[in-house]
Design a protein around this ligand. Sequence first.
Ligand SMILES: [Zn+2]
Ligand SMILES: [Zn+2]
Length: 245
Amino acid sequence: MQLVVDTHTHTLVSGHAYSTVQENARAAKAKGLAMMAMTDHGPAMPGAPTWVYFENLKVIPPLLEGVRIIKGAEVNITDYQGRLDIPDTTLRKLDFAIASLHDLCLIPAGIEENTAAMIHVLRNPYIDGLAHPGNPQFPVAIDRVVAAAKQYHKLIELNNHSFTARAGSAPNCREFAVQCKAAGVRVICGSDAHFSTGVGEFDHVRRLLETVAMPEELMLNASAPRFEAYLQERKERIAKGDPGR
Ligand SMILES: [Zn+2]
Ligand SMILES: [Zn+2]
């Protein structure tokens, strides 16, 4: 199966990544991608930019090297009540925002706390989905996280980088994939590239999607129009406001 959108990439601005957005776009084009989300880390990550960086992403052209650039962020969850490190006023101007737990930004807690943090974040209208929720450093009740994603029409990421960078992720990622399929929750596939050569690398997640026979319509990255339609859904959700908050 072909995945034509990469929903998770970093530029050197993240503080521990090493390519520019233009280099990433060139790599995306070479891999045959139609779209690439730039999702640099939020300010709580050591070395990451301030919120002002995310405010000014509009200066980047919508197309680079023929690849549609989605202006986004990987927002840090900074407490177990789901507090985030980029303000809502900035998040609402972005095309796309994924949120994640990192041990550099929050000390890992138990399953109850981690699960509560993810559910709080899924309720936030400015957040589109969870990045690498299968990270075993932050164990969660996968069934409850997937149920919340279903309830709030949010996305669960299957992160290619987790298979090599976050030891022990594979069984959790598989469980997320199986439960998303069963619940009809849409998944996104991110390379989580920290260097241009990693953009569009989906070997591990592609294998996982094939193993669990993920239905085509649940894979947002498999079709550029489907992902565009999701971005429109985000805009409408934000315009409406969310009664869950
Ligand atoms: Zn991350
Ligand atoms: Zn990342």
